[in-house]
Design a protein around this ligand. Structure first.
Ligand SMILES: [Zn+2]
Length: 208
């Protein structure tokens, strides 16, 4: 019986691994080029005991996929949950989706690959860490001399120059000669920018 249990555990591990691949590849309904893995909203995939053991004492399992919404009340999350479950259904993997609100998602969780895909899609990815937000606000009101010194400090340059909200890189031509035309674009998480060099408008995925 021990061998059987080990074999079952190996099978289960395989199913979990497969479920992880499937869930990770589900794409954002609003930005179809980036996956849940790119967004960093796929938190966990594991097998959890489900139901009562059968007559042979075998415990059933269900694959539990944990995701964290990009922002609370995000309507895309229902679609994402359905998409995940459809993927699992297609391979007859019993699954459920669990939503985890804490810790809250931030754009910091977005992968570098995801940011690259956003740019290729024509959306400027978040250019600085959400955790730097508070620092940037402080710098904004600092004397100019301090601010310019901060610009010369590696690692700080990005957020201190961000405060002017003027150097979001254009995803089309990479110019930093851009300007915000609307703080809210197609969705609340994006701002509308315009490139003053190539004159193309573009969405900027705001750090959150
Ligand atoms: Zn441009």
């Amino acid at each position: 019986m021990k061998v059987t249990a080990t074999a079952a555990a190996a099978d289960l591990a395989q199913i979990v691994a497969r479920a992880r691949v499937l869930a990770a590849s589900v794409t954002d309904p609003e930005i179809p080029v980036i996956t849940l893995e790119d967004l960093g909203i796929l938190r966990d995939v594991q097998a959890v005991p489900f139901g009562e053991p059968n007559a042979q004492g075998q415990q059933g399992f269900i694959i539990e996929i944990t995701i964290t919404p990009t922002y609370s009340g995000c309507p895309a999350m229902d679609q994402i949950r359905d998409d995940i479950l459809n993927e699992m259904d297609a391979e007859s993997i019993p699954a459920r989706v669990k939503t985890s609100l804490a810790p809250a998602w931030t754009t910091d969780w977005m992968s570098e690959a995801g940011k690259l895909k956003l740019r290729e899609y024509g959306i400027a990815p978040p250019q600085h860490l959400s955790s730097e937000f508070s620092s940037s606000n402080v710098i904004q009101f600092a004397p100019k001399s301090i601010a310019s010194r901060a610009v010369n400090t590696p690692g700080k340059a990005q957020f201190s120059s961000q405060t002017a909200s003027q150097n979001i890189l254009c995803p089309h031509c990479s110019s930093d000669n851009t300007t915000e035309t609307s703080h809210f674009a197609s969705t609340a998480c994006k701002a509308l920018y315009k490139c003053l060099d190539c004159l193309e408008p573009f969405d900027y995925f705001k750090p959150y």
